[in-house]
Write a protein that binds this ligand. Structure first.
Ligand code: IPM
Ligand code: MG
Length: 358
């Protein structure tokens, strides 16, 4: 049986990194006797240019029927005008919402070969293995918002909104993952200030206590979490949090492995299918230069095989190949030490392919 994979390269470095991940999927398919059928579609700024819409109907339809989706990145200065009718990011938020992808899994596990590439000290990073569950279709990103003229100028607002079932399902999914790991869950909120967080905290505690009594559970305020994440990252196992808190904390967390260019993510939910992407953006400053790190997208492809196609062995083979390439000392610019030689996007992709075949 052949699995349908919808590719959404998007903007900036998106097409460059998706091309490498696609080649890795093709190779791993040959090695493990799987066939993948790829189609490529527009999302983000390039879709605005072509159709005036960051998520054209055709893209959404194909994605609904696919077995999994691999996305690069959206956005760039060309579409940044704050008065524009629409924005590339709207396409990404809409596809997440339309496919019901409420859980965004962002693993943060620094490669042993890269510990010294992190701006943080070795003794702080060692032992770090965190799995973030960022709520992805609610909260501050999707609450009521608006812009009004007032006597003195304008007023703009966004609202953070959560309902019981939204908290229940993400916390449940986080706990299920924790049961297969170190059975520890940390829920991050701002319950000392926000009503939405107080609901989040009550519901989270009920789910953990009634459905997962074995789990060691604690709650941390988001400001304190920002601090703990870089002072004692090894203390955490599964972390579950609101949409925007998760957005911010995972960019911060990417400094543990040393670069945004290393972190993959999986967005799961109902009806799906799952969407996989690097957590980095379109990096317009380096787009088209062939220097972007493709590893985050290649690792996202591994997550795709594992979570959407139930292909654990090929997924692990990709992860092992990436680790071996890093261990052999190959570095893209973002993870090279000062003065160290760096290689480009294509070369890095090729090394992973060679390693897979070896
Ligand atoms: C991410 C990105 C997106 C987000 C942007 C591009 C809309 O930062 O996936 O983390 O904020 O969710
Ligand atoms: Mg982000």
């Amino acid at each position: 049986m052949s699995a349908k994979i919808a590719l959404l390269p998007g903007d900036g470095i998106g097409p460059e990194v998706v091309a490498e991940a696609r080649a890795v999927l093709e190779t791993v398919g040959q090695l493990f006797g799987q066939t993948f059928e790829f189609t490529s579609h527009l999302i983000g700024g390039c879709a605005i240019d072509a159709h005036g819409d960051p998520l054209p109907a055709e893209t959404l339809e194909v994605c609904r029927k696919a077995d999994a989706i691999l996305l690069g990145a959206v956005g760039g200065p060309k579409w940044d005008d704050p008065t524009a009718k629409t924005r590339p990011e709207v396409g990404l938020l809409k596809i997440r919402k339309e496919l019901g992808l409420y859980a965004n899994l962002r693993p943060i596990k620094p490669s042993p070969s890269l510990i010294d590439s992190s701006p943080l000290k070795r003794h702080i990073i060692e032992g770090t293995d965190i799995l973030f569950f960022r709520e992805l279709t609610g909260g501050l990103y999707f609450g009521k918002s608006g812009l009004e003229k007032t006597e003195t100028g304008e007023t703009a607002f966004n609202t953070m909104i959560y309902s019981t079932h939204e908290v229940e399902r993400i916390v449940r999914m986080a706990c299920q993952a924790a049961m297969k790991r170190r059975k520890k869950v940390t829920s991050v909120d701002k319950a000392n200030v926000l009503e939405a967080s107080r609901l989040w905290r009550r519901v989270a505690e009920r789910i953990v206590k009634t459905e997962f009594p074995e789990i060691q559970y604690d709650v941390v305020l988001v400001d304190a979490m920002a601090m703990h994440l870089i002072s004692k990252p090894a203390a955490f196992d599964v972390v579950v949090t609101e949409n925007m808190f998760g957005d911010i904390l995972t960019d911060e967390g990417s400094m543990l492995p040393g670069s945004l260019g290393l972190l993959p993510s999986a967005s799961l939910g109902e009806p799906g299918p799952g969407l996989y992407e690097p957590i980095h953006g379109s990096a317009p400053d380096i787009a088209g230069k062939g220097v972007a790190n493709p590893l985050a997208t290649i690792l996202a492809a591994a997550m795709l095989l594992r979570h959407s196609l139930n292909l654990e062995k090929p997924a692990a083979a990709i992860e092992d190949a990436v680790e071996a390439v890093l261990k052999a000392g190959h570095r893209t610019k973002d993870i090279a030490a000062a003065g160290e030689k760096s290689i480009g996007t294509k070369e890095m992709g090729k090394l992973v392919l060679e390693r897979l075949k070896a």
